[in-house]
Ligand binder design. Structure first.
Ligand SMILES: [Zn+2]
Ligand SMILES: [Zn+2]
Ligand SMILES: [Zn+2]
Length: 136
């Protein structure tokens, strides 16, 4: 719980039940969580709107980032390498075809894309699918 309070404090967010519970779930999971994962893991007194708002404020405050998903259901994962001033989510996300878990793989270099003239990059999303180390 201390780790949770420290993160909230660092981002100037008040400790509320929903923030503490939702952040704890992310800290206890190494995988990215979707809205419905959260709904299923949280006590039933959490309504969808509260979850939605909490996720939104975590993303805005640099605690979580959105993880692309081919199903169209966004997932969220903790920001590990971000600082308040430097958000960089240009890392590889790996989705396991067996267990369905998506994990951030941050220590991989993403190649520099040579885009055609006239194109500029603002964000790179790489979703790699395969079998994760737990299922292999
Ligand atoms: Zn971030
Ligand atoms: Zn797996
Ligand atoms: Zn990530």
């Amino acid at each position: 719980l201390n780790q949770v309070s420290n993160i909230l404090k660092k981002h100037n967010l008040r400790n509320t039940d929903s923030r503490v519970d939702i952040l704890s779930l992310f800290l206890n999971n190494s995988k990215a969580l979707s809205h419905s994962d959260l709904e299923n893991s949280l006590p039933s007194n959490f309504d969808r709107v509260t979850i939605y708002r909490t996720l939104k404020s975590f993303v805005e405050n640099g605690i979580l980032h959105k993880v692309p998903d081919d199903s169209g259901n966004p997932r969220y994962a903790l920001c590990n390498t971000c600082t308040d001033h430097n958000h960089n989510h240009d890392h590889v996300h790996f989705k396991c075809e067996k267990c369905g878990n998506t994990t951030c793989i941050v220590n991989l270099n993403i190649p520099d894309f040579n885009l055609p003239k006239g194109y500029t990059t603002s964000e790179i999303n790489i979703l790699v699918q395969g079998i994760c180390k737990n299922c292999n």
